[in-house]
Design a protein around this ligand. Sequence first.
Ligand SMILES: Cc1cc2nc3c(=O)[nH]c(=O)nc-3n(C[C@H](O)[C@H](O)[C@H](O)COP(=O)(O)O)c2cc1C
Length: 185
Amino acid sequence: MNFEALRELIRSRRTDMMVDKDRALDSGTLEKLCELAMWAPNHKMTFPWKFAAVTADARERLSNCTADAMAREGDKPERVAKARTKFQRAPVILIVGTEPGDTQLRTEENRDAVSAGIQNILLGATTLGLASFWSSCPKGANDDVAEFCKFPQGTHITAMIYLGHPQREAPVLERPPLKITNITN
Ligand SMILES: Cc1cc2nc3c(=O)[nH]c(=O)nc-3n(C[C@H](O)[C@H](O)[C@H](O)COP(=O)(O)O)c2cc1C
């Protein structure tokens, strides 16, 4: 891999939800992608990532789990109703959690490591021709989703990633011009 190939890969990854919800991923794909996450930099080698793959009928249960939490937290009824079909839009929702550390600093570093790992997953998915969409956990639903995934108590739900075969070429989102502050003395 040379720099240009890596640059092209990084630039071609897009957040996109327009996937064939009825076409499953090839067997072994999720394992390959999650293994990539584990090669992210990780201070103290805490291995803080937790993975759960939600497919088939469990997607509707996951949608209802988050919608119920949103309702409990007083979210608007129309948003709650919409949430009830949210996770059925892709064949798989890969949930990535972060285990807390023994100090606030370690907890923050764990999340940083997991976020770096998630980028590995997204880039890996891009090389496999898959669309991906990193979604946050709905407000107030973190602990409900962690329990749904059978993650340890206190796990932060860092990403709920929609994965699937794309139905379009997602539009490019340009970035602002690069700025680097050079500090030399
Ligand atoms: C921590 C994190 C949480 C995100 N959560 C959401 C989300 O809940 N909903 C959403 O539409 N996009 C979410 N995104 C994706 C961003 O909106 C997306 O990366 C951004 O629009 C740039 O698009 P691109 O990824 O195609 O370059 C999230 C991204 C990150 C890093």
